[in-house]
Design a protein around this ligand. Structure first.
Ligand SMILES: [Zn+2]
Ligand SMILES: [Zn+2]
Length: 333
């Protein structure tokens, strides 16, 4: 296969699409010893101190003021998906494949040493605003079916460069995790005529046992049945299907809920690695997903995944979710 362009392959049993991206094996970080923790990228070798100087194509700079810039959106130098050549699905025996078209951007935050947990709410608000702005730009492009907004923090979470940054991937397919989440929400809506996430929120906000933090528009909670110990999910309190429709005022509340949740995890669990990502419907076409309720999931990576975890898709939860929530609620930030 052409190693420069990633390939999409479909599992004929599950229907899941996977990306075969062998070209990324050449990225320089992958040659470093695994003993060099991502948290130790020295500032003088950091490619995100001056992204342009390090050959990154800048898409947009935000928050320019006394300090130059606060946030930069750049093209990923080693994209998992790239180009606009899509729609020519090929079949080989039982298999289907396609070019992995799409766009892979990096959203770099200014301060080398401050993760989102240490920023002010206004700074996190600028970042969540960039997420929305980039989403609205990327959804206009051809071949884009799903826009994944995510962040890796720490080596165990897959961060190859320690300098705080998020990633936005405009993908030509809907990832299997999202597909399952959409299907479950659609089924519940069809059976009971209500949004499953609204029902969960109403229950949790009344019980208050698993709520970690809430403000006017958002609630952060430990799920009743989490996939990771100390997992936190952040939901808009009012039914809201699409992340990109979140309003300005709500965006600040979202930033606060995200910052507070991450700071509690940082302080309470000694700065663990974590991933977070937004679950929102595929790029909107015709209100097809109004039954869905967008949210953000934070997955702390406290253990190494073995056979059980890989075979079942989640941690063995070794902390009672009620106690995990009580603990995170108690953590001062
Ligand atoms: Zn840096
Ligand atoms: Zn809802």
């Amino acid at each position: 296969m052409n190693k420069e362009i990633s390939e999409l392959r479909q599992d004929p049993v599950s229907g899941d699409w996977v990306i075969i991206s062998t070209g990324r094996a050449k990225r320089p970080e992958s040659f470093k010893s695994r003993h060099v923790a991502a948290s130790e990228t020295p500032i003088n070798l950091c490619p995100f101190e001056n992204p342009q100087e390090h050959g990154n194509t800048i898409i947009k700079t935000y928050g320019a003021g006394d300090h130059g810039w606060a946030v930069q959106a750049v093209k990923n130098k080693f994209p998992i998906v790239s180009g606009e050549n899509c729609g020519f699905e090929k079949r080989i025996g039982p298999y289907a494949k396609n070019d992995a078209a799409g766009h892979h951007e990096v959203v770099i935050f200014k301060d080398h040493r401050k993760s989102l947990a240490q920023l002010k709410t206004a700074d996190v608000g600028l970042i969540t605003g960039v997420f929305k702005e980039r989403y609205l730009e990327l959804e206009k492009l051809p071949c884009v079916n799903y826009i994944l907004i995510m962040l890796n923090h720490g080596r165990e979470a897959g961060a190859s460069i320690s300098h705080p940054h998020a990633q936005i991937m405009a993908l030509p397919f809907t990832p299997s995790d999202i597909r399952r989440s959409l299907e479950g929400s659609k089924k519940y809506q069809a059976e009971r005529g209500r949004c499953v996430h609204c029902d969960i929120l109403a229950w949790e906000l009344k019980e208050k046992k698993r709520i970690v933090f809430e403000n006017d528009y958002f609630a952060a909670l430990v799920p009743y049945a989490p996939k990771f110990s100390y997992e936190v999910r952040i939901f808009p309190k009012k039914h809201s299907s699409y992340f990109e429709e979140v309003g300005g005022n709500e965006l600040n509340n979202f930033a606060e809920a995200l910052r507070v949740s991450l700071a509690k995890i940082y302080n309470g669990l000694n700065n663990p690695s974590y991933n977070f990502f937004i679950h929102t419907p595929p790029v909107e076409r015709d209100h097809e997903y109004d039954y869905y309720h967008w949210h953000l999931e934070i997955n702390p990576r406290l253990g190494v995944w073995g056979g059980f975890e890989l075979g079942t898709g989640g941690d063995v939860i070794d902390v009672d979710p009620d106690e995990a929530a009580e603990f995170l609620r108690s953590i001062k930030i």
